[in-house]
Design a protein around this ligand. Structure first.
Ligand SMILES: CCC1=C(C)/C(=C/C2=NC(=C\c3[nH]c(/C=C4\NC(=O)[C@H](C)[C@H]4CC)c(C)c3CCC(=O)O)/C(CCC(=O)O)=C2C)NC1=O
Length: 186
């Protein structure tokens, strides 16, 4: 498992080189924007259970066969497994965002997941859809811009100090981790 710092060390060591100016510049940026990163992690982690239940409900709304006999969220035991999996995936994405590196997600969550799902008959497209919904939620939460239309009475704003670009680079980085999960399932 790597993070932004250990990744720089591994990259430099594989070249037998000292840590160079460009690597240091990237790490300087990582540190300078550290509080934003922590806010982004918190924006996801502290909304996780709402995000998970909403994403799985949305996935089922679009494909109601999932909760009927023969569907992979039927009976309750499978529904519970599905909610648990969505929560696991989201949790590992927050770890990757905290570390600034996807290896923890790859090694501890995605490694073998597609094979497990295929063996158990978990529909990969539906799982990817739930992850895509969580991606949209995560972007809105990092930007602190949740949709009033979709959230209704559950609307929750975190009110971090807003930066001009609404954390565009962290939004892009978090998006890439969700895309990584979707890619691993397709
Ligand atoms: C640490 C990382 C980790 C992951 C990622 C993990 C996933 C994981 N999900 C599983 C099952 C499952 N996963 C699902 C998930 C779904 N079904 C659907 O229709 C939806 C598309 C989807 C939810 C979004 C279901 C229903 C099962 C149970 C399948 C069965 O037993 O028939 C199983 C089989 C064992 C079990 O049921 O507990 C594993 C290992 N376990 C881990 O330890």
């Amino acid at each position: 498992m790597l993070d932004a710092f250990s990744r720089a060390v591994v990259a430099a060591d594989s070249k037998g080189a000292p840590i160079g100016g460009e690597e240091l510049n990237q790490l300087r940026k990582f540190i300078a924007e550290g509080n934003r990163r922590l806010d982004a992690v918190n924006a996801i982690a502290s909304n996780a259970s709402c995000m998970v239940s909403d994403a799985v409900a949305g996935m089922i709304c679009e494909n109601q066969g999932l909760v009927q006999p023969g569907g992979n969220c039927y009976p309750n035991r499978r529904m519970a497994a599905c909610l648990r999996d969505a929560e696991i995936i989201l949790r590992y994405i927050t770890y990757a965002l905290l570390a600034g590196d996807p290896s923890v997600l790859d090694e501890r969550c995605l490694n073998g997941l597609k094979e497990t799902y295929t063996a158990l008959g978990v529909p990969l497209q539906s799982a990817a859809r739930a992850v895509a919904i969580m991606k949209a939620q995560a972007i809105a939460h990092i930007q602190d811009n949740p949709s009033e239309k979709f959230a209704g009475a559950r609307l929750r704003k975190m009110n971090p100090p807003l930066v001009e670009d609404r954390c565009a680079s962290l939004v892009a980085e978090a998006s890439s981790y969700f895309d990584r999960v979707i890619g691993a399932l397709s």
